[in-house]
Design a protein around this ligand. Structure first.
Ligand SMILES: Cc1ncc(COP(=O)(O)O)c(C=O)c1O
Length: 359
């Protein structure tokens, strides 16, 4: 799993503890409450600092019980039974699971080595785009680690013009970037908001708050209002101490994020260089803490699931089969660098023996 092993920032944990002691915070969260308002302001401020995109905290920001929750409910809010959602494949599973649960029709856009794991929107049949309501993109990408530049979003907005599509970008890994690369936001493209774009974020990765369940979505206000309404039938918002702590994370020093990224960068060097040295050739990812690896030739008669099952049984090293992210992930496995360097070194040693046996 992409489950960060590092701790949340100390000052954020302290704020959570402090706020948890106040009985006022034990009540249901209210959409118009004080902390709820302050959190939306903190998100808008973070967004401006990060992407230079101006958001109205009142209408263009919606906090979520994790980005995953919001993505799943987006499909529920908008898809009727004969509506199509265009979803790249492989992808973070809730992008397609949400569509399936809502009873929508899934249209997969293959991401392959041939297209550099970047979807070719123009290849979608116009009959499909006519019936499509929703399109997902997500870069830096889980599971392939691929990244895009701003031009990708410009082309997407341009292509989507005159189509009735919600453009949902999942930017969970905006901060986990290396070698000077900066992840752009779809909302940096002029007219994106009006063109139906929204963007999901999470505090799970940048601040190691995966178990706290907090994320947010920003962008087109009509789409956010409908999602908020759907959510109001289902949940009562976010535990208030978690909201206070999120404000601390978003408005405090961002040194903790830099420290995180440096740890992941070192793990990436060690693991990717290590695998290359033992003959498993993989490129170095520019972002995320994932490594997307083609199954080595000596095992390529196995499916990804068979390969990962055999690897964990024989080495104790767990990787996700590429097909866990959609059928176009066949032939690949995804490693998540969520273990300390010592463990990664042990893993490389064991993988080396495993690969040699397979020769
Ligand atoms: C692309 C992507 N979006 C969202 C999430 C989950 O975010 P959250 O913890 O806020 O639900 C993940 C977690 O792995 C992810 O990879």
């Amino acid at each position: 799993m992409g489950n960060p092993d590092l701790p949340a920032p100390e000052e954020v944990v302290e704020e959570l503890c402090r706020q948890a002691k106040d009985p006022e915070n034990h009540r249901y969260s209210r959409p118009s409450g004080m902390v709820e308002k302050k959190l939306k302001e903190a998100i808008a401020q973070w967004y401006y600092q990060r992407f230079k995109v101006q958001l109205d905290p009142g209408t263009e920001v919606l906090p979520l019980i994790g980005a995953k929750e919001g993505v799943a409910h987006l499909s529920l809010a908008f898809l009727n039974h004969d509506d199509i959602a265009i979803v790249p494949n492989p992808t973070y599973p809730v992008h397609f699971d949400g569509v399936i649960m809502a009873g929508g029709i899934l249209y997969s856009l293959p991401l392959t080595a041939e297209n550099q794991f970047i979807p070719d929107f123009k290849s979608v049949n116009p009959e499909v785009t006519k019936r499509a309501k929703l399109l997902f993109v997500s870069y830096p990408h889980n599971p392939t680690s691929q990244v895009v530049d701003r031009k990708f979003y410009e082309d997407l907005i341009d292509w989507a013009r005159s189509k009735e599509l919600i453009l949902a970008s999942d930017l969970a890994y905006s901060d986990i970037v290396f070698d000077g690369y900066q992840a752009p936001s779809i909302l940096q493209v002029p007219g994106a908001k009006q063109g139906g774009a929204i963007e999901f974020h999470t505090l799970s990765k940048s601040y190691n708050m995966a178990g706290w369940r907090i994320g947010f979505v920003v962008g087109n206000k009509e789409i956010l209002a409908s999602l908020a309404k759907t959510k109001s039938y289902i949940d009562f918002g976010i535990f208030r101490p978690v909201q206070w702590a999120a404000i601390k994370a978003l408005t405090g020093s961002q040194e903790c994020v830099k420290r995180n990224v440096e740890i992941y960068r070192k793990r990436r060097e060690l693991f990717v260089d290590g695998l290359n040295a033992i003959g498993w050739r993989i490129p170095k990812p520019k972002a995320t803490f994932y490594v997307w690896a083609k199954i080595p030739v000596q095992y390529n008669t196995l499916t990804a699931l068979e390969f990962t099952t055999r690897m964990i049984k024989e080495t104790g090293v767990a990787a996700s089969p590429g097909t866990g992210f959609g059928e176009y992930g066949e032939g690949y496995v995804r490693f998540a660098l969520v273990a300390p360097e010592e463990k990664l070194k042990t893993a490389i040693g064991r993988i080396q023996r495993f690969l040699n046996v397979g020769d």
